[in-house]
Write a protein that binds this ligand. Structure first.
Ligand code: FHN
Length: 455
């Protein structure tokens, strides 16, 4: 081993080069790993001040209406009917001529959402069938050119939302069973579509970006884009950066979210969870999903279908839906509740009634949801907590006893009350936590809300 004395420092030459070689190899491996695993993760994204402001609004809004509506509604078999029934493109292209929603009333839809306590609407601008629900100049495969109805329903909805102070998001499918350049095909929309076994994915993504540009230019303020379908070809190069930058350039305040069921990518502003609370995976969608630090949203169907389904009468109960909204808030997430309007433009009466019932509840309990954040306690068997400033709201969703002890969280307690009528409750902070008694007649089978004021 040769020793070199330099500046009175003993250098072990061979050692140094060897260390250098090891470091170099490690750096190379790290770079290869970053390049292979997810090229985007390495990139950084700085949201604009307007974007951060919208994120704040979004987290305070808590409750939105999801709308799956398209020509598929005509068949009353859900939004996947083209794939489920393997309807080739040339046959499916006949359906728009049957789509004539003469009873569509944008004002009624927006007012129904508002009365339900919803602060925003997310509607399908284009679903997997590739059909545009607006007056697209990029493709005539749209509601104005191909249906007897011939009107731009997104325009009508955007105008009403603006009047009513309801924000509007556009759901947009990256997956496309109609476009010939959506190639190579993914897990769905195979050869049965009848499209040529060739195509140029970049041409398709140019087309998608062009349609997104229309949506973000011609419909006023758009609160965000709700992408879906990346999971069809999850390792393809979707040019996400290019598309996300386009959106942030066209509307800096708009939020980008993508239902790819993975950890968020740079450029995304909120994270959605399909049919599950953040961190849960009861439906199998969220196996790969990691709960990030972005604003969160859980989306769910009011029955068992996204698009209109004639036979689906599995309508959720008022209790299920209100508890879902509350649990989502306890998990610091929004609740995006879906309806699938009928082909005539009307909303199923059962769904209108359920939304009205949710509105009645939220007109009483809105303070315990809007503007809150989840916590200070994480979800428990008995329910969840939400907080805002010096107020903590304990939502007892599954508790029917008069006395309860919940964990304390290190804050001094000024008062404990029944939220609805401010009845003061006796309480004690002890070694087991915070104990209080609830008069039996104050227990509510949907949600007994206890208001705790902290010092
Ligand atoms: O395939 C879609 C489905 O049709 C619907 O749009 C839902 C909504 O979250 N997302 C996909 C299924 O993951």
């Amino acid at each position: 081993m040769n020793i070199r004395i330099q500046n009175n420092v003993r250098h072990d030459c061979i050692g140094t080069t060897k260390k250098f070689r090891i470091l170099l190899t490690f750096m190379l491996l790290l770079f290869l790993y970053m390049a292979t695993v997810n090229p985007l993760h390495g990139q950084s994204y700085q949201p604009s001040p307007e974007n951060l402001k919208t994120r704040e609004w979004f987290q305070n809004a808590k409750f939105g209406l999801f709308i799956h509506w398209g020509v598929y509604s005509v068949l009353g078999d859900g939004e996947w009917v083209m794939n489920q029934q393997q309807i080739p493109v040339n046959i499916y292209e006949k359906i728009p001529s049957f789509f004539n929603p003469t009873e569509f009333d944008a004002k009624a839809w927006v007012q129904m959402a508002k009365a339900a306590g919803m602060k925003y609407i997310t509607i399908t601008s284009k679903h997997h069938d590739g059909f545009a629900m607006w007056d697209s100049k990029v493709s005539d495969y749209n509601i104005v050119k191909r249906t007897p109805y011939g009107k731009d329903v997104l325009k009508m909805l955007a105008d009403e939302c603006k009047k009513e102070g309801i924000k509007l998001f556009f759901y947009h499918s990256q997956l496309d069973w109609h476009h010939p350049d959506y190639f190579p095909r993914g897990n769905t929309g195979g050869s049965w579509t009848g499209r040529p076994e060739s195509g140029d994915m970049n041409k398709y993504l140019d087309y998608m970006d062009a349609q997104l540009t229309e949506l973000l230019t011609n419909y006023g303020e758009v609160a965000g884009i709700w992408f879906d379908g990346m999971w069809d070809k999850k390792d393809a190069d979707w040019r996400l950066q290019k598309t996300y930058n386009l959106i942030h350039q066209l509307q800096p305040a708009a939020l980008v979210g993508s239902n790819h069921h993975r950890a968020p990518y740079p450029g995304e502003d909120f994270q959605m969870f399909e049919k599950d609370l953040p961190g849960h995976n009861t439906t199998g969608f969220s196996a790969e999903s990691k709960v990030g630090t972005l604003p969160k949203e859980t989306c769910e169907t009011i029955n068992n279908s996204w698009g209109f389904h004639l036979k689906d009468d599995k309508h959720k109960s008022k209790k299920d839906l209100i508890q879902y909204l509350v649990k989502a808030a306890g998990y610091d997430a929004n609740f995006l509740l879906n309806i699938g309007p009928m082909p005539n433009g009307k909303i199923q009466p059962e769904h209108v009634a359920l939304l009205n019932e949710m509105g009645e509840w939220i007109r009483i309990y809105g303070e315990t949801i809007y503007g809150t954040r989840g916590g200070p306690l994480t979800a428990r068997d008995w329910g969840v907590t939400t907080q805002n400033g010096n107020k903590v709201y304990v939502h007892l969703l599954k508790w029917f006893d008069e006395s309860i002890t919940i964990p304390s969280w290190g804050k001094k307690i000024k008062s404990v009350k029944i939220f609805q009528d401010k009845t003061p409750l006796k309480f004690s902070l002890n070694d087991f936590g915070l104990s209080f008694k609830i008069p039996k007649d104050k227990l509510n089978e949907i949600d007994t809300v206890i208001e705790i004021e902290i010092l």
